[in-house]
Design a protein around this ligand. Structure first.
Ligand SMILES: [Zn+2]
Ligand SMILES: [Zn+2]
Length: 232
C-alpha cells in the first residue's frame, strides 16, 4: 500500500561524549523535520547523521542542564539555526556550566542562548509528530521527560509510545539525586505520579545506557518499590 518508508519514524540514538549521553534524533521521513534531544557533545557526528537522513532540525531540546546533556547545544544551534529549549527550573544549572565542567575536569563549552523555556504540559511539534513535555524534577529541578504518543493512524497497532526520560528513569535504576538541586523524594514522585502512568508497552529511552519499557521498570526496578511511609 503506502510507501514503507513514508510512515516509519526515524529514530537515531547516539551515545555522545565522555559520559556517553544518549542523544536522540527523531525525524519525520515525509516532511524531513527532526527534533534533536540531548546533544551533549560531538555535534559534528550528530550533524552528519542529520545530513545522511536529509533532516531539518526544528528544535533542540535538553532534558536537563547537566553538562553531558547540553555540551553540544551551541554548535547545534549555530549549525542549524533551530531554537534551543529546556525547562526554566534548570537555568541556574545552565548558567553555571563552568562549575559543572570543573567538577568533572573538562573545559566548559560556550553556552547557547536558550530560546524558549519549557513547562509541564507544553507540546513540541515537528513534521507529523508531537512530544508532550512532562516536568519530572528530582535529578535536577528542571528535568523533563518527553512523551511521544503512539500515532493515531497506526492501523497495524505495531507502534507504541516513546518516552525520552533523560536521567530520571534508567533500565533498572533511577537518576542520582546527590548533585546540586537533586531530591530523592521528588524523583520518586515524578516517576510514580507521571512516568508510571504511561502504558506498559511504552518504550523508554533513558539518558544513558539501555532502552527499556515502562512495564519492565514497573515490574523489576528495585528503586521503585514504594516506601511504606510514602506520604503521597
Ligand atoms: Zn544528569
Ligand atoms: Zn546524564
Amino acid at each position: 500500500m503506502a510507501d514503507p518508508k513514508s510512515g516509519k519514524i526515524i529514530h537515531e540514538i547516539l551515545p555522545v561524549g565522555m559520559l556517553q549521553c544518549n542523544c536522540s534524533i527523531i525525524g519525520d521521513p515525509q516532511t524531513r523535520e527532526a527534533l534533536v534531544v540531548d546533544p551533549g557533545d560531538e555535534a559534528a557526528r550528530i550533524l552528519e547523521l542529520l545530513a545522511k537522513h536529509a533532516l531539518t532540525v526544528k528544535a533542540i531540546v535538553s532534558t536537563h542542564a547537566h553538562i553531558d546533556h547540553v555540551g553540544g547545544l551551541r554548535k547545534m544551534q549555530q549549525a542549524t539555526g533551530a531554537p534551543v529549549v529546556m525547562h526554566g527550573d534548570d537555568m541556574d544549572l545552565y548558567r553555571h556550566l563552568d562549575a559543572q565542567a570543573a567538577w568533572i575536569g573538562m573545559r566548559a563549552p560556550d553556552p547557547a542562548s536558550v530560546d524558549k523555556l519549557l513547562r509541564e504540559g507544553d507540546t513540541l511539534r515537528w513534521g507529523r509528530f508531537e512530544a508532550n513535555i512532562m516536568h519530572t524534577p528530582g535529578h535536577t529541578p528542571g528535568s523533563i521527560s518527553l512523551y511521544l504518543a503512539p500515532p493515531h493512524d497506526d492501523k497495524a497497532g505495531a507502534d507504541v509510545g516513546k518516552l525520552l526520560a533523560g536521567d530520571t528513569l534508567f533500565a533498572g535504576s533511577i537518576g542520582r539525586t546527590d548533585l546540586w538541586g537533586g531530591s530523592l523524594e521528588q524523583i520518586l514522585r515524578s516517576i510514580h505520579q507521571k512516568l508510571l502512568l504511561l502504558p506498559d508497552e511504552t518504550i523508554v529511552y533513558p539518558g544513558h545506557g539501555a532502552i527499556t519499557t515502562i512495564g519492565q521498570e514497573r515490574a523489576d526496578n528495585p528503586f521503585l518499590e514504594l516506601p511504606r511511609s510514602s506520604r503521597r
